[in-house]
Design a protein around this ligand. Structure first.
Ligand SMILES: *[C@@H]1O[C@H](CO)[C@@H](O)[C@H](O)[C@H]1NC(C)=O
Ligand SMILES: *[C@@H]1O[C@H](CO)[C@@H](O)[C@H](O)[C@H]1NC(C)=O
Ligand SMILES: *[C@@H]1O[C@H](CO)[C@@H](O)[C@H](O)[C@H]1NC(C)=O
Ligand SMILES: *[C@@H]1O[C@H](CO)[C@@H](O)[C@H](O)[C@H]1NC(C)=O
Ligand SMILES: *[C@@H]1O[C@H](CO)[C@@H](O)[C@H](O)[C@H]1NC(C)=O
Ligand SMILES: *[C@@H]1O[C@H](CO)[C@@H](O)[C@H](O)[C@H]1NC(C)=O
Length: 499
């Protein structure tokens, strides 16, 4: 039985993952700016309602069947006398919660279910002896009990405890309004005696059992939360730092979270610092009914670019182009006569190396990427590779992003590029003449490489089991915001909270 805690995990985790900033949050978030939260997540009232439904459903399915302690009582029945009555195998086998709601408040998040019903089954037996019957008389049977109008409520406080979300149960209660008891078998006197004697005891047994289950669930939940990873792996080399920054921000209709959000190397090499970015608000979802919004600062993308620049040796050798004659000095005979003179009929290649981390700029209407690279022209002589010239490239592209499952993926296309000669052993080059071959190298090597990485994208902080639905992406100055609904597929593998 993994259920109760897992419910709450969703709860939590969902928190980890969403963020849309409605106007009412603006003030709050601005009053507590953090320069370390580059991803912010907000769960709207619709998102909280969805979460609550998942939570309540999971809580119920994890509770039942719920076996209550046996109940014994000595009952005085008119005209019969004292009897010893025992209820055993008292089992709650069905709980219905038609009405429930969730409200964030000053102290925490409150979830209440009302008009809750519970169906119980049990065995009963009694024994008694009187002066009339000197021997023990016993009888036994089954009984069913319906609990009506029960209210269950709990209030959970959320806080950031060293980068991990911590939940504590502030209040937890269960109150039974009304119960009805039906006996299978037994005499009518027994029936009335049973109701009189056991109504209160069954009610409080139900209340205690459910309260205890909720408390146990919270304890388990918290231990699961302690195990939640602080990083979501992206690939072999990179992960996203999902450490919580600052306490969650609760308004009366939403919960907001700050997450570090930057890319880090999986070996925990300290990343580049991005201390100049902070919360930039507000970001609006065009559709306020969306369950959640996740807002990613430009710094997230810069950190990804910086990380891949640092950890992977970004170098490509181009030795095939559609017009292969361009990779022989003979092809350049008239364009770069010195080259042909020095190395007649030699094969060539181009060695492209990134010279600085790509720069990424997000604006209302565009995601711009600027890539800085050095392109070395090599002449191949026997075993030797002879660099003959180096051209600095500044390549400008524009990107688009989309949601692929729970990943933010994208693609980039070339806008233009500029060249400058860094050094040359073959005299001055007329760069415009070699522009077409460089254009080819960028189109056939650099862009496909970048797009193969971008096509997979990187995971947004969404807990396993939840999937983004009907997501829309909004660009604002230096931010990308994903506004989305979520669906939930009940899966057992909640132990692996991230995809
Ligand atoms: C206890 O209750 C369950 C479900 O109500 C029932 O399946 C089971 O047979 C009962 N056990 C005994 C010993 O009566
Ligand atoms: C459980 O109780 C409710 C009313 O409290 C009733 O409508 C429902 O049919 C009962 N379910 C079963 C399986 O007895
Ligand atoms: C939430 O608070 C705002 C003001 O802070 C108020 O106008 C609004 O009615 C409140 N909403 C609910 C559902 O209580
Ligand atoms: C992850 O983010 C937290 C909060 O900003 C920060 O304190 C921590 O150093 C980061 N971890 C790494 C490995 O960069
Ligand atoms: C991880 O980095 C190594 C070199 O540092 C590289 O060979 C490998 O392809 C990288 N893996 C991924 C998935 O990018
Ligand atoms: C490519 O150029 C870089 C420097 O620009 C150099 O370090 C590297 O060795 C060259 N690679 C080859 C295969 O020539």
């Amino acid at each position: 039985m993994a259920p109760l805690p897992s419910i709450f995990v969703f709860f939590l985790v969902l928190f980890t993952s969403s963020n849309l900033f409605a106007p009412s949050h603006t003030l709050l978030l601005q009053s507590e700016p953090s320069d370390e939260a580059f991803t912010s997540v907000l769960i709207s009232q619709n998102g909280l309602d969805f979460l609550k439904d998942v939570l309540v459903t999971k809580a119920i399915s994890s509770m039942i069947p719920l076996i209550l302690p046996r109940i014994e009582k000595s009952v005085k029945i008119p005209f019969v006398g004292n009897i010893e009555m025992v209820l055993s195998n008292v089992t709650i086998y069905e709980i219905g919660a038609p009405t429930s709601y969730i409200r964030p408040g000053d102290t925490g998040v409150t979830i209440i279910t009302s008009e809750t019903t519970c169906n119980l089954s049990m065995n009963w037996y009694y024994s008694y002896s009187t002066w009339l019957f000197p021997v023990d008389v016993t009888d036994k049977g089954r009984a069913s009990v319906q609990v009506h109008g029960m209210e269950v409520g709990l209030t959970i406080a959320l806080e950031n405890n060293g980068g991990i979300l911590k939940l504590s149960l502030l209040e937890c209660g269960c109150h039974v309004h009304d119960i009805s008891i039906n006996l299978d078998g037994g005499a009518s006197w027994l029936y009335q005696g049973m109701i009189d004697a056991f109504e209160d005891q069954i009610s409080s047994a139900v209340e205690n059992a459910i309260t205890k289950k909720l408390q146990e669930g919270m304890v388990k939940l918290n231990s699961i939360i302690q195990d939640l990873p602080k990083e979501i792996p992206v690939d072999d080399n990179a992960s996203v730092n999902v450490t919580f920054v600052d306490d969650p921000l609760l308004t009366n209709s939403s919960i907001g979270f700050g997450i570090n959000g930057l890319f880090i190397t999986r070996e925990n090499v300290p990343p580049v610092r991005y201390s100049t970015w902070g919360f930039q608000l507000p970001v609006f979802c065009q559709d306020p009914a969306k369950m959640l919004g996740i807002s990613l600062d430009e710094a997230v993308f810069k950190s990804a670019a910086g990380l891949y620049f640092d950890t992977e040796y970004m170098q490509w050798i181009v030795d095939k182009v559609p017009d292969q004659s361009l990779l022989n000095t003979a092809g350049w005979r008239f364009i770069i006569p010195q080259l042909y003179k020095k190395y007649p009929n030699h094969d060539m290649d181009m060695n492209i190396t990134l010279s600085a981390p790509p720069d990424i700029r997000i604006s209302e209407d565009n995601i711009g990427a600027t890539v800085y690279a050095d392109l070395v022209i090599d002449v191949l002589e026997e075993e030797d590779v002879i660099p003959v010239a180096c051209i600095s490239l500044v390549i400008r592209g524009s990107g688009s992003v989309k949601i692929v499952q729970n990943n933010l993926a994208g693609s980039v296309k070339l806008n233009d590029f500029s060249m400058s000669l860094k050094w040359s052993n073959i005299g001055t080059l007329r760069l415009y003449l070699i522009q077409p071959v460089i254009w080819t190298a960028i189109q056939t090597v650099l862009l496909p490489y970048a797009n193969s990485h971008l096509a997979k994208g990187f995971p947004l902080p969404i807990i396993h089991g939840f999937t983004l639905q009907n997501a829309e992406i909004i660009l604002t100055a230096s931010r990308i915001t994903v506004c989305s609904d979520v669906s939930y597929a009940d899966e057992e593998n909640l132990r692996y909270p991230y995809p």
